[in-house]
Design a protein around this ligand. Structure first.
Ligand code: ATP
Ligand code: MG
Length: 356
């Protein structure tokens, strides 16, 4: 197969982890006989510095010609004092909006050998393997009207049936290729938007008789993520609840350096990026953990290119490196050998290119 990937390195460790991600992508190409073409574009701080815009027109046009987008990270102290239209993060919001990437997918999975890094007890975390599906382009964050006077402030929470349907479809579809369970999170005892949400989920469920469905209120979900994290498979929820719950879930398995994410639309086109930011404190030191970026490549292979086997190969290669007793500085622990970004990436590639 031949695919073209838009590669936006961005700032800070974004550049370093993207190098790792691309090496792994090339490895996959060799092993499975695919051709991956790469077109690079500017986003974030570097784009502001070079062309005065956090998301230049040329970058959008380049992405439109590609099959998926891989992104490093944007931001850094250099641009902290900039006016709001010249902030690196603006580029990220604008690209999600432009491509209507309404489904934010964040897998949270316990990595064998690394569960000790979790703030929770090991027996609670060992079996964790969930996918948070957050609605990304509607709800409270995009509500109209908004209003603020000296004495009151208003935000409105609107969801249309169509917006709910497409995210719920995504969740059911994912459950079918995972463990067959959807947990829908809402506040249907209080909010009208949540009542509609629940109605739509029930309607969609009819098309997926093979998928188990549970409804849970968001407050209870927050609790259950800590007490029984391994009971979840696919968790689907609206924008605000998803923002909070996905951050809560992301710490369950340990380091930020290991978490990938995808933001996709209905036709499978998507943007793939690590959950972590540009980490200016460690940028340029060659110590960043490239796992999140590499696992983002695995998500791209799976969700945009339909390359399931290839995606699993990437995941297993990363997990084997940890199992063999190697790690990076952010997850170091007794008995493990700490590697640089480059060395860790080489190990992943060795795993991938070994005789299978
Ligand atoms: P942003 O606003 O872009 O999200 P942030 O400062 O909130 O930035 P990060 O840039 O993700 O968050 O960094 C948070 C902390 O985690 C930093 O100390 C950083 O060094 C560390 N960190 C983030 N990603 C990695 C990684 N891949 N490897 C090692 N450490 C990381
Ligand atoms: Mg942050």
């Amino acid at each position: 197969m031949e695919k073209t990937v838009a590669v936006l390195h961005g700032d800070g460790i974004g550049k370093e982890v993207m190098h790792s991600a691309l090496k792994v992508l090339r490895s996959i190409g060799r092993r499975f006989d695919h051709t991956f073409k790469v077109k690079t574009g500017l986003i974030g701080g570097v784009a502001i510095d070079e062309v005065g815009d956090p998301l230049p027109r040329e970058t959008i046009e380049l992405c439109e010609k590609c099959d998926a987008i891989l992104l490093g990270a944007v931001g850094g102290p250099k641009w902290d004092q900039n006016p709001s239209h010249l902030r690196p993060e603006k580029g990220l919001l604008a690209i999600r909006k432009h491509f209507e990437l309404f489904a934010n997918l964040r897998p949270v999975k316990a990595v064998p050998g690394m569960v000790e890094a979790s703030p929770l007890k090991e027996h609670l975390v060992r079996q964790v393997d969930m996918m948070i599906v957050r609605e990304l382009t509607g709800g409270l964050y995009f509500g109209e009207p908004k209003r603020k006077t000296d004495n009151d402030a208003v935000d409105t929470l609107t969801y249309t049936r169509k917006e709910i349907e497409r995210i719920v479809e995504k969740a059911f579809g994912l459950a079918r290729i995972r463990k067959g369970k959807v947990t829908s999170v809402d506040k249907a005892n209080v909010l009208e938007s949540s009542k509609l949400w629940r109605e739509v989920v029930e309607e969609k469920k009819v098309k997926y008789p093979d998928v188990e469905l549970e409804h849970i209120l968001v407050d209870a979900a927050a609790m259950k993520l800590i007490t029984q994290p391994s009971s979840f498979d696919v968790v689907v929820t609206e924008n605000l609840f998803g923002d909070i719950l996905s951050d809560e879930a992301s710490v369950i398995t340990g380091s930020l350096g290991m978490l990938p994410s995808a933001s996709i639309r209905s036709d499978g086109f998507g943007l793939y990026e690590p959950v972590h930011g540009s980490a200016p404190d460690i940028a340029g030191l060659n110590i960043a953990n490239p796992s999140a970026a590499i696992l983002s490549v695995a998500m791209m292979l799976k969700y945009s290119f339909g390359m399931e086997t290839e995606a699993v190969a990437v995941e297993e290669a990363v997990y084997s490196v940890y199992k063999d007793g190697y790690c990076t500085n952010d997850v170091k622990k007794d008995g493990y050998r700490v590697l640089t970004t480059t060395e860790f990436t080489e190990k992943v590639m060795e795993e991938l290119e070994r005789e299978h």
